[in-house]
Structures are given as C-alpha cells and as structure tokens.
Design a protein around this ligand. Structure first.
Ligand SMILES: [Fe+2]
Ligand SMILES: [Fe+2]
Length: 294
C-alpha cells in the first residue's frame, strides 16, 4: 500500500467512526443578541481605534454579524469544494483517493447544513459570495493542483478560527458548538489536503514551464489575498450599525472602514500569524519561494 493509500484508509476509518447526523441537532428558537458569537480578538476590526470606542453591547452585536460572515464564507468555500470534489470522483487520476472523497463530500455538505442553519435561522440570510472565478487554460495537472491548494489554504485559515472559538466559553453555545464540530472534521481534511497538495506538486510541477510555475505562485498569492479580504465585510459593518463609529473615527463609510481594517498593522499581524503554518508549509515544499505580503 502506498503512503497516500494508507492515509486514505486511515482517514476513511476515522470518518466512519465519527459519522453523525446534523438533522438531529436541537436548534434553539432564537439566540440572545447580548451574547458573544465571535471571540472579540477575532473580530475583523479588533485592535483598531474604531473598535476601542465601541460600547460592549455594540461589540457583541458586531460579533454576531462577524459570525454570520464567517459562516457564510465557509458555505461559499464549501459549495465550490463540493463541486470540485464531485467532479473528481472516479476520475482517471483519483482512484486511490476516491473512497475518501465520498466522506469529504458528505462532511462538507453537513457543515453547510450547520452554517446555513445558523445564518438563516438567526440572521435570516447568508452573505453573498464576493469571490470571482475566471475561465482559463491550464497546463497538465495544474487545475487539480490549484483546486487542492485553494482548499488547503481556505481550510487552514478557517481552522485557526474554529480551534479558538470551539473552546471559547464566552461564546454563545450554538456558535461555539458549530466551531468545535467543524474543527473535528477539518482535522482530517487538513491531513488529506497537505498530502494531496505535496503529491500533486511533486508529480506535475517538474513538467511545468517557468511561466506556468510563476503563474501558479501568483495565483496562490492572489488567492490568499482574496480569501483574507472576505474577512473584512462592509455589509457586516453596516448590519452592525457602525455608521456612527465610522464617522467618529474620521472614516467616510463602511467601505472606508473595510479599507482601514485591511491596512491596519494589527490586522496585518493577525493575518501573518493565522496564515503562518500554511505559508511555512508552502515555502518548505517549494510551492512558494517568497513569503507573500498579506
Ligand atoms: Fe467544512
Ligand atoms: Fe473541510
């Protein structure tokens, strides 16, 4: 049995052991807006003057819409993940991994039931997807590699938040449970993601031209930037009623707040810390040659 086949086998067994039914989850009728829904330190404007001037009550309200945004971006990431995984089931080159792709698909579908259940029940909406996809041509193996490297980056960043919030006693119990449940499944997906990414890179990158390699690296940097941008959502700031906070901070509107939040040194430090392990992995395996500016 190859290394990859052995990992696939172990992960399948673990998924079968942890199998669960989201249909049995007991959703409370409503949630208290006075609760925390996102750990304060993980709120997108934490550490900024605008955040410092807010009342505790308004911070908690903001934490609710930040959670709706976090859950929404999980849904959109998982929708394209499910689409990409389904496309790869029983393809020529996925014989070894297909048994696990079934579990991966099953688990991502269940995650969306939790994330979507929370957003639609308590906020009455899911924030729309703001990522753009462009049609393009690929070198052999490039499309598969980019798909799995995107999955890995997306899941590793999300997992940092899940790990922190899954054990944060300050959080509303449903929000905390969803983070904890997600991390449990993701721990397996992350092992799989790193393994597949290294295998695909080792297999295909030697056949790519210097130009293709460069465009793969540019694409990864662009994806990291786009992924992070979604954590700073002007619609969240609007829903949380931050118009006055913007004015007091000398900002024109919530779009200005988004720009200021992305550019703030504490946010940059946060992105660097959260992406640290994933970026180190990409550098160590020669997938990236330079640290991306986040
Ligand atoms: Fe997920
Ligand atoms: Fe996942």
């Amino acid at each position: 049995m190859t290394d990859l086949a052995a990992i696939v086998d172990k992960l399948c067994q673990a998924s079968e052991r942890d199998f669960y039914n989201p249909g049995t989850f007991d959703w409370p009728e409503s949630v208290q807006m006075e609760d925390w829904f996102t750990s304060p330190e993980l709120i997108s404007i934490y550490g900024m003057p605008a955040y410092d001037t807010m009342s505790e009550q308004n911070r908690r309200r903001l934490s609710f819409f930040e959670a709706i945004n976090f859950f929404s971006l999980n849904i959109h990431g998982e929708k394209s993940l499910v689409e990409g995984l389904a496309k790869r089931l029983y393809a020529k080159n996925t014989k070894v991994v297909s048994p696990y792709l079934h579990h991966f698909l099953d688990e991502e579908n269940k995650h969306m039931m939790y994330f979507g259940g929370f957003c639609t029940r308590y906020a009455g909406k899911v924030y729309p997807d703001r990522k753009m996809a462009f049609e393009r041509d690929y070198a052999p193996g490039e499309e598969d590699f980019l798909f799995f490297v995107k999955v890995m980056i997306f899941e590793e960043i999300v997992d940092y938040y899940n790990v922190k919030m899954g054990v944060d006693d300050r959080l509303n119990s449903v929000a905390r449970f969803i983070n904890m449940m997600h991390h449990k499944d993701e721990a397996r997906h992350l092992v799989f993601g790193r393994k597949v990414v290294t295998e695909l890179f080792a297999q295909h990158s030697p056949t790519w031209s210097a130009l293709t390699l460069q465009s793969v690296r540019d694409y990864i940097n662009g994806y990291l930037e786009a992924t992070w941008k979604e954590y700073y959502n002007p619609a969240v700031y609007k829903d949380a009623g931050l118009a006055d906070v913007c004015k007091d901070a000398g900002l024109a509107d919530v779009y200005d707040l988004q720009k200021a939040a992305i550019a703030h040194p504490s946010s940059k430090a946060h992105r660097k810390k959260v992406s640290g392990s994933c970026v180190a992995f990409l550098l160590k395996n020669g997938i990236l040659l330079e640290e991306p500016s986040l």
